[in-house]
Design a protein around this ligand. Structure first.
Ligand SMILES: [Zn+2]
Length: 277
């Protein structure tokens, strides 16, 4: 049975459920690839810890939103989500919800069952999170915050699949996540979020290069295209780990300046200097 914890102040509703038959078995094998890419193999058999929900609620309790967001922790409810797709208050227009939202919602559910995929659905305005690390949940909520702030929600949903716009929106989601973290948390969590961004950047680069080559008249076989596109996220993740753990200054991250005060930081007692840019 679902256990719903609903914060009074927040418009984000967190719903938790135990893993089901398929996502609790086959899904864990599929999820292994995500853990490998993100460097979180230590947590590969863990669920999102139910006891961490109050911590998430606390982080987002003052968040102001246009719409409302629901986060499904450790489960992926198909029929509930399909119903939500047509509830009042959805920000996408009805045409987009029918044409793109239905297949997207079914695909998201399948991804959850088979690979315990963490994802955001702009048509239902829900995030689905299986990964035990809170950072991943915060990234998915970051997508929701980013979408919520959009003035053209339908266009915003549709442009996600365009190379490099996709990477930019992934960057946005992690930037929003970092805004709810302390400096120490940013330092730690960039080791997951930077390699994750690397997977998208590499995929977008590979897809653009393949399309450019095809347009220029090159002959590339379908298996070769498939191999390139499947390998790219691994290369990106590897480069992301190299950058994050070896090359960069460990106090920095690519998403947000550490000097930018997080709402979690204690007030310094001094007025912040006025920004001129
Ligand atoms: Zn994302």
């Amino acid at each position: 049975m679902n256990q719903e914890t609903n914060s009074q102040e927040s418009k984000i509703k967190f719903t938790y459920d135990k893993s089901g038959l398929i996502d609790g078995t086959i899904g864990r094998i599929g999820q292994l690839l995500t853990h490998l890419k993100l460097g979180t193999l230590d947590n590969m058999l863990e669920d999102f810890p139910e006891e961490n929900i109050p911590k998430l609620e606390e982080r987002y309790k003052d968040l102001e939103l246009e719409g409302n967001i629901e986060v499904y922790l450790n489960h992926s409810p198909l029929f509930k989500n399909l119903k939500r797709l047509f509830e009042k208050g959805r920000r996408n227009n009805l045409f987009a919800r029918v044409l793109f939202g239905i297949p997207y919602t079914i695909g998201q559910w399948l991804g959850g069952q088979i690979t315990r995929a963490d994802s955001y659905n702009p048509y239902t305005e829900t995030a689905q999170v299986y990964h035990p690390n809170e950072t991943v949940a915060m990234h998915e909520i970051g997508h929701a915050e980013d979408f919520d702030a959009s003035e053209h929600p339908t266009i915003r949903s549709l442009i996600y699949s365009i190379p490099f716009i996709r990477s930019k929106l992934e960057w946005n989601a992690s930037k929003y996540a970092m805004e709810h973290m302390t400096e120490d948390e940013r330092k730690q969590n960039s080791k997951i979020l930077e390699p994750a961004l690397g997977t998208y950047l590499a995929f977008d680069t590979a897809e653009t290069a393949v399309n450019a080559a095809l347009l220029a008249g090159a002959t590339i076989s379908s298996p070769a295209i498939s191999l390139i596109l499947n390998a790219a996220p691994w290369v990106g993740a590897g480069l992301g780990h190299l950058y994050s753990r070896v090359i960069k200054d460990p106090d920095t991250n690519v998403f947000i300046s550490n000097s930018k005060q997080s709402y979690l930081d204690e007030p310094s007692g001094r007025e912040p200097a006025l920004s001129t840019i």
